[in-house]
Design a protein around this ligand. Sequence first.
Ligand code: NAG
Ligand code: NAG
Ligand code: NAG
Ligand code: NAG
Length: 874
Amino acid sequence: MVQTKLHQKKRQVMIFITLILSWEAGSESIRYSVLEETESGTFVANLTKDLGLRMGELAARGARVVFKGNRQHLRLDPDTSDLLLNDKLDREELCGSTEPCVLPFQVLLENPFQLFQAALVIRDVNDHAPEFLAREMQLKISEITIPGKVFPLKMAQDLDAGSNGLQSYIISSNPHFHILTRNRKDGRKSPELVLDKALDREEQPEIRLTLTALDGGSPPRSGTTEIQILVLDINDNTPEFAQEFYEAQVPENSSPGSLVITVSARDLDAGSFGEVSYALFQVDDVNEPFEINANTGEILLKKKLDFEEFQSYQVDIEATDGGGLSGKCSVVIKLVLDKALDREKQPELSLTLTALDGGAPPRSGTTPVRIEVVDINDNAPEFLQSVYEVQIPENSPLNSLVVAVSARDLDAGTYGKVAYALFQGDEVTQPFVIDETTGEIGLKKALDFEATRFYNVEIAATDGGGLSGKCTVAIEVVDVNDNAPELTMSRLISSIPENSPETVVAVFSVSDPDSGDNGKMVSSIQNDLPFLLKPTFKNFYTLVTERPLDREERAGYNITITVTDMGTPRLKTEHNITVLVSDVNDNAPAFTQTSYTLWVRENNSPALHIGSVSATDPDAGLSYSFFQSSNQVIQAFEVNTVTGDIRLKKKLDFEEIRSYLMEIEASDGGGLSGKCTVAIEVMDVNDNAPELTISLLINDIPENTPDTVVAVFGISDSDSDNNGKMMCSIQDHLPFLLKLTIENFYTLVTEGALDREEKHNITVLVSDVNDNAPAFTQTSYTLWVRENNSPALRAGAASAGRCAVPEGHFPGHLLDVSGTGTLSQSYQYEVCLMGDTGSGDFKFLKPIVASLMSEGAGMDTAENANFKNRLGFN
Ligand SMILES: *[C@@H]1O[C@H](CO)[C@@H](O)[C@H](O)[C@H]1NC(C)=O
Ligand SMILES: *[C@@H]1O[C@H](CO)[C@@H](O)[C@H](O)[C@H]1NC(C)=O
Ligand SMILES: *[C@@H]1O[C@H](CO)[C@@H](O)[C@H](O)[C@H]1NC(C)=O
Ligand SMILES: *[C@@H]1O[C@H](CO)[C@@H](O)[C@H](O)[C@H]1NC(C)=O
């Protein structure tokens, strides 16, 4: 008997040495690894072999597997003692994104006592595909966006970890965009769309792309989402007429309201930029006989036309779009006579004579009559030349001699005397005058080459007898450079948006009525401006921007268009225009800090303001929001869209999450945005009481055997640093010793020899150490241990312990910070032996009493005193 006890004592001493050595060597001595989703009952390890034990020893010594939180992921096969999987494990559920996923456990041998630390590693299986939260994303991109611009997209999620997690993004092939996979600071990967080639809404108003997220599994799994890109319009097209010139004919005397012709222009832009309205261009006459329907382009007659007044009209029509750009066309309208030519203008007249008799019915006879003037002239005056050809420079002085004509008459006397006169001359418009006696033709009015280049003047010479002869004077007016070029502006845009590609600023035509070199023109602008003058057709020019302009660099330009002719001397015309560069929202909001770190105590009051972010934007107003933040961030925080204030939405728990990282985006009204990161560190508050987990309780203690293990337990506290430091003790004057085996791991052993007749109530006091709390907070566990308990105890003896005190609630949330910032709290726990499980396990009940005490209040509240009495606490 004595020998056996001695032997056991030696064994137990050895066990402690082994334990201490193994703990010093590392946190656990054995690691097993299984793939997640492996079927329950799968073989994990031959524990007998791995622990170096004899066959059957595990069963004989009452081996058990203990996981934290009493979760039984592994079990021992009762027949073979093999370690088997007890349930199908889901790595994502157990470890979330933590990698590797390690679950520590202990193998306990009860008799004699031995403890092995081990760990189960759960390896990831690619059982999740990347997934986008939205099936479709929509982006609006202006067609003036410059290639190289980056558009962040929403991320996909993949619950798998490590290489099975999300690795990259790809996008369906297209000519405009490529995709970048960005590694974020929080370890996730987000997609970014990069514009490679400028967009043109008129070519393609909408682009659909498929975004695919790939994980790194083998084979990889993927998830897709559709990206719809709407290309936003800018007014980059002018209305264009189907024809530049239209021709129409209107019968004279058509009634007002008649349709003359319909013109039509179209504009490729969308919305109001593409809506065209028509108007007559430069209507300077209230008597304008035409009007146009602004919507349909129908040109209608406003009043009756008179052929004798005008034979042809030219009407210019302008089409203008909603953005102010316009195009022009011309309509030539001819008149058409509805009756025969005037008979008076015919050189000959043909008449028909009709004779009627008086019979019934009357009979008639007709005959054509041709009336002709017969010349009976005998000795008419005769010119020396029938045609005189002369040239005269335009603008010659008045009374200059143009030419002298001369005629002779064979008759004598007054019949032979010749007087000269202009034949059929219109005294008012005729620029020439003839001397009746000398035949000298002089200038009465200035000649204008540009108005009339040739004159055929007929001169009559009449003798005293009334007979006359004729000649023709062909006068050619010779041009001199007397006209400066003229510039007609047909379209002028006074304001153009910055950053636009080649933009038409002005369309104009130049003209010079002079001929030859006098009429040849050269147009130019100052050469230090970012504008180009482009000839289009005939004498039309467009003034366009040479490169996109930057309003922030220069807000406007004074442009002088100079048109010079090639005559002698050179004449020129200047036309000054001012072009303003209008602002486009090209400034992104910028945060005053790119990253912020904020500190907040856990257990804060909700709605606490914890800090603010701030951004500035020269263009427009700002709004703040979280950018692609996790659910944890969205549930815990809110950002004021206007002020950038960050507030809490709920209490934070340091033990749950210690820090948060988020991005806050500031967006301006024009679709540009800036971002900053905000790190929020949660500060610990001592709000968790220590916990005690019994691993082993030996019920069967032989008397008179010191150093026998009675119980093994671990203590823990979820708080960190000083708030998590603990002390553990039992009462004095007991024949038991509490031994610290490794950190936070205790063994209760017998100290002296136990007497069979003695009973001991052992209270284990576990308290956390709080530097700030003057009152000692403490938690007590009460164990009732009987020496030499009968083996029947395991089978359900009622005397094993007391569970009379009902379960209470966990008081963690009652924590408060008193005015002085110190903490004071008290918990009591009851541990009782479950008499009916047959396993000898202890059940750990939740704390049953909690009280909050202000500083220095000690333990003497009525509630606590009451509790002590009930438990027989001394
Ligand atoms: C386990 O290992 C032991 C010792 O190596 C060996 O004797 C036993 O057969 C093994 N058990 C099984 C089921 O293979
Ligand atoms: C254009 O000329 C006007 C008048 O001389 C002047 O006030 C204005 O500042 C000039 N604008 C630019 C952009 O040079
Ligand atoms: C055009 O501007 C220039 C430079 O400011 C000035 O010298 C010139 O007189 C202006 N011409 C006209 C026609 O206003
Ligand atoms: C142990 O506790 C029980 C129950 O409160 C009490 O009846 C008993 O007297 C105590 N024994 C000792 C030795 O204090």
